[in-house]
Design a protein around this ligand. Structure first.
Ligand code: HEC
Ligand code: HEC
Length: 337
């Protein structure tokens, strides 16, 4: 079975489409991914999982998606402020978590990808990440008996091509819904879960001071904002500006979801803060006027920031920790083995 073109003669694999249901939590905003265009099935989901953990998607066959997206850390790159990929090349951004992708319309810190099915082309072909071409990836998969089998099972036309590969990766990511944190169970009134006084106080402060941007139960309004971070002169990452080259977008980044934020450190697009304490100290007293800071962050005294007492910081952190979803971080459906 070394040559792909003979594969169909070598064995017959029945196409099969066992439907899988995407969890749509009652406390979440509407799903954005068009499921009608890519019906989720057990077979394609499993293929997507194989691909997510597959080094062959990279030039040196050693950097799978999961290299930078580790489950225990809500699929972020643990211990790296900037992710590195093939040949040790250092990227210029902190890896984002992969969770609740079906509820998002744009992807990456600057929204450079506008469809989940197209997003993986960026890391696969980026010289600093996986450094491969789509056609080389497809050739490698065609020469691999386990993929000949898995594609034939997952897709009616059975073809090993980019479209099917990207659809399968999306199916895996669409299924990755994180919605069973302590907070979720509390708001949905499940299992008699209560929040402590400190956590409840944190929730109140968060709603007053943070939810203007980190809104809804996804904890993001999906907008691009400039939250007053000092510009890193080494990287000079202009954020959303890079996509549309609109001067109004300078240094704006997508408001990140704060789900599982306890384990997704380091924080911000360049991973500059390693703790939540450091993030809150920044909001309270580290913001600078970099020329385009969000109006809502202007204080009465003319400085930028969100004033927080020590007690408020402690409460917010306790609240943010209620967003950790241990079931998701250990869910075997998404694990390599
Ligand atoms: C070398 C590290 C690396 C590898 C390998 C990698 N990623 Fe990423 N991923 C990142 C970084 C860094 C970002 C943020 C990039 C940006 O904003 O420019 C990201 C962002 C994403 C996002 C956007 C999440 C969001 O909230 O918008 C998705 C989806 C994603 N990656 C999926 C994948 C898939 C699928 C693969 C494999 C085909 C992959 N990644 C391989 C580092 C990596
Ligand atoms: C004006 C909108 C806005 C407000 C208000 C705001 N944030 Fe943010 N927040 C952002 C943006 C934008 C980013 C990403 C910035 C970047 O990386 O360049 C961010 C990043 C973060 C991160 C890092 C998350 C990660 O995955 O790296 C945390 C944690 C955070 N905010 C918590 C808070 C808390 C707590 C408050 C209230 C005290 C708050 N934010 C108020 C817009 C806002």
């Amino acid at each position: 079975m070394s040559c792909s073109d003979e594969s169909k003669d070598d064995f017959y694999v029945a196409y099969s489409s066992t439907p899988l249901e995407v969890v749509i939590p009652e406390n979440f905003p509407e799903i954005q991914y068009d499921l009608d265009n890519n019906n989720i099935t057990q077979e394609a989901f499993e293929l997507g999982k194989m691909l997510f953990y597959e080094g062959k998607l990279s030039a040196n066959n050693a950097i799978p998606c999961a290299f930078c997206h580790e489950q225990a850390f809500a699929f972020t790159h643990h211990g790296h402020n900037l992710s590195h990929g093939v040949n040790g090349g250092i990227g210029f951004r902190n890896a984002q978590p992969i969770q609740n992708m079906a509820f998002q319309m744009e992807f990456m810190w600057d929204g450079a990808a506008s469809h989940l099915d197209l997003q993986p082309i960026i890391p696969i072909t980026s010289a600093l990440e996986m450094g491969e071409t789509l056609s080389n990836v497809i050739t490698k998969l065609k020469n691999d008996a386990s993929y000949q089998y898995a594609f034939a099972r997952a897709f009616e036309n059975g073809e090993i091509n980019s479209e099917n590969m990207l659809k399968a990766l999306s199916q895996f990511m669409v299924m990755m819904v994180s919605s069973n944190s302590k907070y979720d169970k509390y708001v949905r009134g499940e299992d008699d879960i209560l929040l402590s006084d400190l956590e409840l106080n944190g929730k109140n402060v968060f709603e007053q001071k943070c939810a203007g941007c980190h809104s809804t139960d996804l904890f993001t309004d999906h907008s691009y904002r400039n939250n007053g971070l000092p510009i890193n002169p080494m990287l000079n990452d202009k954020g959303r500006f890079n996509v549309l080259e609109d001067p109004n977008d300078l240094y704006k980044f997508r408001v990140p979801s704060l789900r599982n934020v306890e384990v997704t450190f380091p924080y911000m697009h360049d991973g500059r803060f390693s703790t939540l304490e450091a993030v809150l100290n920044f909001y309270d007293s580290g913001m600078i006027d970099n020329g385009n800071v969000d109006d809502s962050l202007l204080r009465e005294d003319g400085s930028y920031g969100i004033s927080l007492t020590e007690n408020e910081k402690e409460s917010i952190i306790a609240f943010l920790k209620t967003l950790t979803d241990y079931e998701f971080l250990h869910d075997e459906r998404f694990s390599e083995f």
